[in-house]
Write a protein that binds this ligand. Structure first.
Ligand SMILES: Cc1cc2nc3c(=O)[nH]c(=O)nc-3n(C[C@H](O)[C@H](O)[C@H](O)COP(=O)(O)O)c2cc1C
Length: 156
């Protein structure tokens, strides 16, 4: 009998070539408040830490932009749960690629609250107000590097 597949055992082997980075953008439902988003971050932080998933969630009051890094199967399952969540819609995947280097190895799940007028210094946004749907995959590292300067690691 083959041993049943168990994602967390699989992760514990840290097979570098199966670590991916996934970035998506979405629009939050009307009426979502900071408290609601902090509760999302708190859940994310607890669950992701157990699964070895690192990353950052940015929220502008209108849009979400999230980066998830970890073992491919676990990140895929996590993203499937997130994409089905009724607290946001219009989920679009921008990046899903293998990586050897985590951008957020220090963070379970960082959180950055942005003003909708926030400007990122990247080519694809060209000085416009924060609209992550316009972000190109090639600008992602620069975008998260700037966003992480505003981020906080929530204590749980
Ligand atoms: C914008 C957004 C980001 C989220 N990020 C995460 C995450 O990183 N990890 C996670 O486990 N859940 C995250 N969630 C919550 C999941 O959608 C889901 O509610 C949670 O994982 C519990 O799933 P379950 O009820 O199927 O157990 C996020 C939700 C939203 C709306």
């Amino acid at each position: 009998m083959p041993t049943p597949y168990h994602p967390s055992q699989f992760y514990s082997q840290e097979i570098a070539q199966f670590v991916i980075r996934l970035v998506y953008v979405s629009t939050c439902v009307n009426g979502l408040h900071l408290d609601d988003v902090q509760s999302i971050v708190s859940t994310a932080q607890q669950r992701n830490e157990k699964l070895g998933i690192s990353g950052m969630l940015c929220w502008s009051g209108e849009f979400f932009l999230q980066c998830l890094e970890g073992e491919r199967g676990l990140v895929t399952q996590c993203f499937a749960r997130i994409a089905a969540d009724a607290r946001h819609h219009s989920v679009e995947l921008i990046v899903s690629s293998p990586t050897n280097v985590r951008w957020f190895s220090e963070w379970g799940m960082g959180f950055s609250r942005l003003m909708s007028s926030h400007r990122l210094d990247v080519d694809s946004l060209a000085g416009q107000a924060f609209n992550p749907y316009l972000l190109e995959a090639t600008d992602m590292q620069a975008a998260f590097s700037q966003l992480s300067q505003h981020a906080q690691r929530l204590r749980i």
